[in-house]
Design a protein around this ligand. Structure first.
Ligand code: FAD
Length: 486
């Protein structure tokens, strides 16, 4: 008799530990740990999604003939494991967790390979890919996605440059399907409200799919209604819109309810049957087999130690508005209010609003990292740390990004409609302006040798009011340090 311990982000029947079981003889162990859930005040929607999806997965396993020992709302993992070992002696297997060091902490008897990613950690280490593009092309070749023989379809690998449109005022975005909480989900919602009442965000609008069937339905809706325009508006921000044409699939991909290759193959079919344009399908597939795989690999390559990076020596504590959205900066307020309500923001809000602000204001990277880890429904360390510390904050000094994604209000005004309803002037007193110029000035020497920063540095050197602008940045930072509203 042996046991496969299935973690909450491993909800797939093809998991390698499960594959080793004989359902007639062996057992599956699943544990909800309150101690783990309280490590950070994780968004309530993340906890409900995770635990409800786990409970539904246990039902799916039983329907497939597995014997499942499911421990609801336990004090901690170790007590549940001890009780399990007493009743069912025999080795405990675990599929290698996506987050670094978890297997060592949890102590299974055998770790089986992680089969939830398309690229292998060993191959990545053996081959220096440099930036994403080389890795992405290799993934296209390996998976055969959007390939005609050995060449990319239509002769081009990447359509990123075509994907920079801003929707017209009044553009109507497709509705996002909602899945009404069933009895199981409602029980978990009560549990989370009772046991984790002070956690981030609200549960009121919870409508995530929690079963594989609903997750697949959610994918179909994306393919049918959003994929074709995914590309053109990929970089835009629109007030009140949490998805635009993005897929919202990350919370489901990251817990195993969806399979990355399957989702990409479905997207490719839409292109091949003339139902979605190539620039959108390529853009979507690049996110999944490119970025998603790449950050996972970089994280494992750089761990341990990656969580402590702080290239710019940033030292500002995380401002209060990250917790309550109480700020006059409209773009920030809109992003954080949406996050509290739905458990998610789209990529550009994460990168160019909340991330960009933390970068140019000089917030301590580890505090920013922890905030992203707790505030989002799709957040796990393997995907948060490279995106936050690497892509967004450049705190790793350029392992992932070739330059910091620093931008002033000028960019936000161009790519979003947020500045229209804002108390600040994007051409004047918006905090993004003073903090942006001050960030460049503070780190000027570091950027001098980066050709991708040379235009910014030239603009900095032409700035005649830099002294006043930097004094305003200092004042803003002092106010944030004192916990004052900005
Ligand atoms: P889409 O735009 O529809 O993209 C399709 C899929 O591609 C996503 O579902 C996701 O699985 C994958 N993907 C796209 N970009 C990335 C990326 N940079 N890294 C990894 N996967 C990517 N992603 C998470 O899954 N969890 C996080 O906690 C997370 N935190 C982030 C924090 C910051 C500061 C930044 C800049 C990015 C973060 N991302 C995170 C990456 C990306 O923003 C989200 O994957 C994406 O916004 C999820 O929404 P979506 O499913 O609608 O994505």
């Amino acid at each position: 008799m042996q046991t496969a311990w299935v973690l909450g982000d491993q909800l797939t029947l093809s998991g390698s530990a499960l594959q080793r079981l004989d359902p007639a003889r062996d057992r599956v162990l699943m544990i909800e740990s309150l101690e783990r859930a309280r490590l950070l005040p994780y968004h309530k929607q993340k906890m409900v999604l995770l635990w409800s999806a786990m409970r539904h997965f246990a039902q799916e396993l039983r329907a497939h003939g597995y014997q499942v020992d499911y421990h609801e709302a336990c004090a901690n993992y170790s007590e549940a494991v001890k009780a399990h070992r007493k009743r069912h002696p025999g080795p405990i297997l675990m599929m290698d967790p996506a987050d670094y060091g978890v297997a060592e902490k949890l102590g299974p008897d055998e770790v089986t390979p992680n089969t939830m990613f398309l690229s292998s950690r060993e191959e990545f280490r053996a081959r220096p890919y440099g930036r994403l593009e080389n890795f992405y092309r290799e993934m296209r070749r390996q998976t055969g996605l959007l390939m005609d023989g050995g060449s990319p379809v239509s002769g081009r690998w990447n359509y990123d440059a075509d994907n920079r449109e801003v929707p017209e005022k009044g553009h109507r975005f497709p509705d996002i399907p909602r899945y009404a909480p069933d009895k199981t989900t409602r029980a978990v919602m009560e549990l989370v409200s009772r046991e984790l009442p002070k956690h981030f965000g609200s549960l009121e609008s919870f409508a995530w799919p929690v079963t594989r069937a609903d997750a697949l339905d959610f994918v179909e809706d994306f393919l049918e209604h959003r994929l074709d325009l995914f590309g053109p508006f990929e970089d835009a921000i629109v007030t009140g819109e949490r998805s635009l044409y993005h897929s919202l699939l990350s919370p489901l991909l990251n817990i195993g309810l969806l399979d990355p290759l399957d989702v990409c193959q479905k997207a490719e079919k839409r292109y091949r049957s003339g139902k979605a344009r190539l620039s959108s399908v390529e853009g979507f597939i690049r996110q999944v087999i490119g970025w998603r795989e790449f950050v996972h690999q970089i994280y494992h390559w750089k761990m341990p130690g990656y969580l402590d990076v702080n290239h710019f020596g940033a030292d500002l504590p995380l401002p209060q508005f990250y917790w309550d959205a109480d700020t006059d900066m409209h773009c920030v307020r809109d992003a954080i209010e949406g996050l509290m309500e739905h458990g998610i923001n789209h990529h550009i809000q994460r990168l160019m609003v909340t991330g960009n602000f933390a970068l140019i204001a000089g917030v301590v990277p580890r505090e920013v990292n922890d905030w992203y880890l707790l505030a989002y429904a799709d957040a796990y360390e393997w995907v948060v740390s490279p995106n936050v510390l690497g892509l967004s904050l450049f705190a790793d000094g350029g392992v992932i990004a070739s330059k910091p994604y620093a931008a002033s209000a000028n960019y936000l005004n161009k790519m979003s409609d947020c500045c229209r309803g804002c108390a600040y002037n994007p051409k004047g007193d918006c905090p993004f302006n003073a903090l942006y110029w001050d960030f460049l000035a503070r780190n000027r020497e570091r950027f001098e040798h980066n050709p991708r920063m040379s235009l910014m540095i030239k603009q900095l050197d032409r700035k005649s009011d830099l002294r006043e602008v930097r004094a305003r940045a200092e004042e803003l930072r002092a106010r944030m340090r004192r916990g004052e509203r900005i």
